[in-house]
Design a binder for this molecule. Structure first.
Ligand SMILES: Cc1cc2nc3c(=O)[nH]c(=O)nc-3n(C[C@H](O)[C@H](O)[C@H](O)COP(=O)(O)OP(=O)(O)OC[C@H]3O[C@@H](n4cnc5c(N)ncnc54)[C@H](O)[C@@H]3O)c2cc1C
Length: 457
């Protein structure tokens, strides 16, 4: 096989072999075989708060399945992507590098750098739209600028999709193309590991990449539950209903399941759920067109908000000890499971930014460190929505009353009692903290601070 050109398919947030557009095209050239690659990106891993992380477990688990489906043929690497590609170019005669697009600012910068490095060697970098139905400039206003309000974005999304649903949900099946996958060890030399840069001919262990197993495993092959999605509009707001939402967030985030399949299903049977998938695409579009919003307010004038950032109060919020049961239930659920119900995410985010007047970036970072479905675009977009500073955000004067929210969405305290068990036991109720702040006072204070900071009368 020496001297024969090979294509590389680079897995990123598309950890599946079925209906993976980039993988399909890398295997369909009819000329070269494809070497599948996954990079444990040290730029990302070094940012994680701990060396034990359920998401790393999940990636490992997913890669093992992929490796099996690829007949054992998967090259894994640890290090910085540019260094890895430099080594790969020294080892293999690469025809082209295939992958699927990623719209986060870091990913865009990374891909541009890799593209440039490859182009200097005459190697093409070919990326495909895969994790969304519409990306980049697909959905623009009539004046060709990006939408910044959800409702018209979703209206345009739907009308464009309805032009040709079958086309937009085409399946890119790779099953019959597996014979075109090549093993990284079938070449005269294997890429050389260097300090900070390692190559593996199979999925490495946690220890190989400086981590330890967090003991996490998830459903490897999630399925769409038609019954659930039929009732989604009625159940989705109630955190005590188990199965009230799809719980597919993590699988969508890591591309375990194809968004085309989900959209095809939702379009046919669950318009409310389809709307949620469009929210996801809306925030992907926002982060792509407005990368500054990843760490600063979409609405720049909100930079003036005078956050209190009281560390003791923030600590109470993080650990679920604010004395507001629905907030504490959510925060404890998050720490224990890596998940929090959407309604409760909205309540806890509102509480941090309005009741405690803490900078939304503090909450965004805490969620980022804990959420299994953490996705920069969705997390930032929703946090800014809650803080009032995002595109199409809730107006700042709409402040959730956590007690009223609990009454409405958890009327029998089922969700609260699950995560704050001391509240269902009379003898332990004294162990539960007093409210960190009075609701009425906090509400007035937030309105005043927002109004003053924004110079609004
Ligand atoms: C403060 C805050 C932070 C959030 N952070 C994230 C995050 O990091 N990652 C994330 O995927 N979602 C985030 N969300 C959105 C939403 O809470 C989760 O997508 C949802 O709770 C995941 O549960 P599910 O898979 O059962 O979703 P379902 O209700 O079944 O929805 C299906 C899918 O649609 C997408 N979706 C649903 N709602 C939204 C939304 N508001 N914005 C963007 N996409 C959406 C998700 O991919 C979700 O898995 C956040 C919401 C808030 C209020």
């Amino acid at each position: 096989m020496a001297g024969r050109k090979v294509n590389i398919f680079w897995f990123r947030r598309d950890l599946r072999t079925e209906d993976n557009k980039g993988l399909f095209f890398s295997l369909s050239t009819g000329v070269s075989q494809a070497l599948p690659l996954f990079i444990f990106d040290s730029n990302i891993l070094e940012q994680l708060p701990a060396k034990t992380d359920k998401r790393v477990d999940f990636i490992m688990q997913s890669l093992k399945i992929i490796q099996q489906q690829l007949g054992g043929n998967l090259l894994c690497a640890y290090g910085k992507p540019e260094d890895i590609f430099t080594q790969l170019c020294k080892t293999y005669d690469i025809g082209a590098v295939y992958c699927n697009e990623d719209y986060e600012p870091y990913a865009v910068g990374r891909d541009n750098a890799v593209k440039e490095l490859l182009s200097k060697k005459g190697i093409r970098f070919i990326d495909f739209k895969d994790q969304v139905i519409f990306s980049k400039k697909d959905i623009l206003k009539p004046d060709k600028s990006p939408y910044t309000v959800f409702t018209p974005f979703s209206a345009r999304w739907k009308s464009k999709f309805d032009e040709d649903p079958a086309f937009f949900t085409t399946t890119f099946g790779s099953f019959s193309l597996m014979k075109n996958v090549v093993n990284p060890t079938h070449y005269p030399v294997f890429p050389e590991s260097l300090p900070g840069l390692k190559f593996f001919s199979q999925v490495p262990s946690h220890e190989d990449i400086g981590f330890t197993f967090a003991g996490f495993s998830a459903t490897p092959f999630p399925h769409i539950n038609p019954e659930l999605l039929k009732n989604y509009g009625k159940t989705r707001d109630y955190p005590y209903i188990s199965g009230g939402t799809s719980r597919l967030g993590m699988h969508i985030r890591f591309g375990i399941i194809s968004v085309r399949r989900l959209v095809e299903f939702a379009h046919a049977s669950s318009p409310v759920w389809l709307n949620e998938l469009i929210w996801r695409e809306f925030f992907q579009s926002i982060i792509y067109h407005f990368p500054h919003s990843a760490d600063s307010p979409f609405k720049q004038k909100y930079s003036a908000i005078k956050w209190r950032n009281n560390s003791e109060e923030i600590e109470k919020w993080c650990t679920g000890n604010t004395g507001y049961p629905i907030v504490d239930a959510g925060m404890r659920e998050l720490s224990e499971t890596g998940y929090m119900h959407n309604r409760v995410r909205m309540i806890t985010a509102s509480f941090l930014t309005k009741h405690l007047l803490a900078d939304w970036r503090i909450g965004e970072a805490w969620f980022a460190s804990k959420l299994l479905d953490y996705d920069l675009a969705a997390n930032v977009g929703n946090w800014q929505w809650a803080a009032g500073c995002g595109c199409d955000a809730a107006p700042y004067f709409r402040i959730f009353n956590p007690t009223e929210q609990a009454r409405k969405f958890d009327p029998a305290n089922k969700y609260i009692h699950r995560w704050v068990p001391e509240l269902k036991n009379e003898s332990k109720i004294n162990a539960y903290p007093e409210p960190v702040v009075d609701h009425k006072f906090a509400r007035e204070r937030a309105l005043q601070v927002y109004r003053d900071s924004l110079n609004e009368i």
